[in-house]
Design a protein around this ligand. Structure first.
Ligand SMILES: Cc1cc2nc3c(=O)[nH]c(=O)nc-3n(C[C@H](O)[C@H](O)[C@H](O)COP(=O)(O)OP(=O)(O)OC[C@H]3O[C@@H](n4cnc5c(N)ncnc54)[C@H](O)[C@@H]3O)c2cc1C
Length: 470
């Protein structure tokens, strides 16, 4: 299924075509979004649907061809765990309504454990206090296929008359205004499109062009980044269904990475398994049978349990029980994988990235171009959607005050709000990675005890999951 590229000829009053003195045509768009995957396309929708920008010309530029599989109810190997907070945003944008019930599988429980001890955390949706009446009471997150989600965004985009979509489009010669704050208002952003004669201008350039962002490099902002030297091996697998595999997500921390299964219903799950580069390469080369066997070993093996830590945990459990502190997860029953779906094994490189600034005059970063996180928390896209909500809210507020889309005040407010929300998360995710990679006895003991105690404190668990699902 191919989405036909729409070139809208009539725009609102702010779309202007000009000629300069040498006769070159200038095409102006009020706002241009670069990158038409989940976050860029959602940005274009949120802007175009906002009453503040109803009369503005918005352009969405994507270099790829935008294509969808014939059957959008089938699961591919890229599945996103979408939080209730993101769901609210998607509902407000009219996107959620485009997803059929089969395309959003409700996850009601999340079990997290490790390989050095049996300490486990059991997050249940029923522990959460719901502030959204439309969400089933025990929902932790919704698992949604990437194609279905992107298709829903593009279906909504088609309904909005003030978006011009340009797919298979390469932009070149991008010129951003100088950082000289004395030139006020800053000059407009200009760029060209490969093989086209016109010069394009825009008041605000929104970069949603992913973690390798070309626009971020042009902005000259510092980007703190590193590779984990790991790859995420992904696949669709079948489970034997002896435990609650259709409603529970399982995640096991191992010294060489994290293995996770997101439930998809009908005893299917999406595998997300981070492994050091060499291991990932080897695992991808295994036959289906060897792959399933290796995966089951990593999910179920108890050979690495540290007996010293286990006896301390046992003693602590008895003391906790005697004072009425009961763990909700006394024993993890990991699912057994019975098959891997053909042609669904693939891998993605993993890295961390944090742009020190998200904005310069007339240019702003959203999604992975601004921040990239390890998928262990299933948050990258959720963070990106939260960026979009925050950016469009700040821009709309500025528009109602009579400010132009590229004005710095609203952009800086966006940057502050998002960095304040995101940095603690990024630090926590890094902390978790390091704590779980550590095999030293005191560290294993401390984290196992911490996890065991936390699992018996519903109030704290509730706070953690509420924080993560905003
Ligand atoms: C294995 C794995 C599992 C994950 N699971 C989850 C999960 O469960 N939940 C979750 O929230 N997140 C998850 N994430 C993170 C999530 O995939 C990303 O955070 C999200 O896809 C980022 O979206 P984006 O639109 O910002 O960037 P991208 O998806 O990278 O999109 C960038 C787009 O910009 C286009 N582009 C780039 N340069 C140009 C240019 N010059 N001109 C025009 N177009 C351009 C590209 O073609 C692309 O379409 C996971 C990530 C991985 C690797």
């Amino acid at each position: 299924m191919r989405l036909v590229c729409r070139h809208i000829s009539t725009f609102g009053k702010h779309s202007i075509t000009n000629h300069n003195h040498v006769g070159r045509r200038f095409l102006h768009r009020d706002i241009t979004v670069i990158g038409g995957n989940l976050i860029g396309a959602a940005t274009a929708v949120a802007l175009a649907a906002s009453p503040a920008f109803a009369q503005r010309a918005i352009s969405l530029v994507e270099r790829r061809d935008i294509k969808f599989p014939q059957n959008l109810n089938e699961w591919s190997n890229r599945v996103y765990a979408i939080t209730p907070g993101t769901r609210r945003f998607l509902v407000d944008q009219g996107i959620w309504q485009k997803l059929s019930p089969q395309q959003k599988h409700v996850c009601r429980r999340m079990v997290v454990w490790e390989n050095q001890s049996d300490a486990a955390l059991d997050f249940r949706g029923s522990d959460l206090v719901k502030d959204d009446e439309d969400v089933e009471p025990d929902t932790v997150c919704f698992n949604i296929d990437q194609h279905a989600l992107l298709h829903a965004i593009y279906e909504r985009l088609k309904e909005l008359p003030n978006i011009e979509l340009r797919s298979r489009t390469r932009i070149t010669n991008i010129e951003l205004p100088t950082l000289d704050r004395r030139s006020f208002p800053p000059e407009k952003v200009t760029f060209e499109i490969f093989d086209e004669p016109e010069k394009h201008t825009t008041d605000l350039l929104i970069a949603a062009d992913g973690f390798n962002s070309q626009i971020r490099k042009l902005m000259g902002v510092k980007n703190v980044s590193w590779s984990y030297k790991q790859k995420s091996v992904i696949a669709v697998v079948d489970l034997d269904g002896l435990s609650d595999v259709d409603g529970t997500a399982f995640q096991r921390f191992l010294p060489e990475g994290v293995v996770a299964l997101l439930p998809l219903g009908n005893k299917k799950a999406c595998l997300i398994w981070s492994l050091v580069d060499d291991c990932a390469e080897q695992i991808l080369k295994l036959s289906d049978e060897e792959f399933v066997e290796t995966l089951n070993r990593h999910l179920t093996d108890t050979l690495d349990y540290n007996q010293g830590v286990m006896s301390v945990l046992h003693g602590t459990r008895l003391i906790m029980n005697s004072v009425g502190l009961r763990q909700s997860c006394s024993k993890v029953t990991p699912p057994r994988v019975v098959a891997v779906h053909p042609q669904t094994r693939a891998s993605y490189p993993l890295g961390m990235g944090h742009a020190v600034n998200y904005v310069v005059p007339r240019t702003v970063l959203v999604g992975d171009s601004a921040h990239r996180v390890h998928p262990l928390a299933g948050q990258g896209a959720n963070f990106g959607f939260a960026d979009v909500e925050c950016l469009v809210r700040n821009l709309a507020g500025a528009a109602f005050r009579g400010e132009q889309p590229g004005d710095m005040k609203a952009l800086i407010a966006y940057e502050r709000e998002r960095q304040r929300a995101l940095l603690p998360f990024q630090v926590a995710i890094e902390g978790l990675i390091h704590i779980y990679q550590n095999k030293n006895l005191p560290v294993v003991l401390a984290r196992s005890l911490g996890v065991q105690i936390l699992d018996s404190l519903p109030y704290l668990k509730h706070k953690i999951i509420q924080f993560a699902s905003r």
